[in-house]
Design a protein around this ligand. Sequence first.
Ligand SMILES: [Zn+2]
Ligand SMILES: [Zn+2]
Length: 266
Amino acid sequence: MKGFASYHNHSVWSDGGDTIEAMLAACAEAGLDEAGLSDHYGFYPGPPQDWSMRRERLPDYLAVLASLRDASGRLQVRTGLEIDYFPDTFDQTREALAAVEVDYLIGSVHFVGGFPVDAASSWWEALSQERIDEVWRAYLGLIRDMAATRFFDFVGHLDLPKKYGFRPEADLSGEILATLNAIAEAGMAMEINTAGMHLPAGQVYPEPWILAEARQREIPILINADAHRAAHVTRSFEAAAGLAHAAGYTHLARYHHRERSAVPLP
Ligand SMILES: [Zn+2]
Ligand SMILES: [Zn+2]
């Protein structure tokens, strides 16, 4: 696993199953030289959600990561958060994070209005194909809005609505390209997220043709596992690297204090 980093990981501080310490130990054991946690944080426009960190715990989460940063030997520990983008609460999010020091912020959309895109297949099964297409369209619009804020470092799981295999019937390629344009314009990177390979979607997020278009637009990439268990912190990284090479990529992005750098793609 030399040359890889693993930045999109969840611990028991949000909806993961293992401690921060266990996640980082697995990263060190895999031979990574750099790794970070990205527990869920955000302002859900409703009652608190148990998959997301309680906001008052953020200082303690940062303190735990800071203490491990100094005690993890060869492994460079990075501090991240996966932020849920909600247009209605974005100002609160920005304000809450204004003075918070992290290495990177992942911008993700998990909800379209009140519809949870990645919660359960049953939510999708209840939709007509027309509604499925509408959810996809609205989701892509939210990604564009999120990019336009220029607040986040990289986009999480770009085509997440495919998670349970519910794909649009309408041709949304134009909207997907417009979304990539918005990401490029905002100077954001995006991840190849390998979790999709192990779900009904059956492939990484985003799918290969989108990756090739991202390369055309010089959108930097990372390879991440979206691990919720220590055993998954580098899952399918070699396969993702193969896809990145095939799309023409030569480097992976890394972050330190929200400054991006590039390392050769393994
Ligand atoms: Zn996510
Ligand atoms: Zn995640």
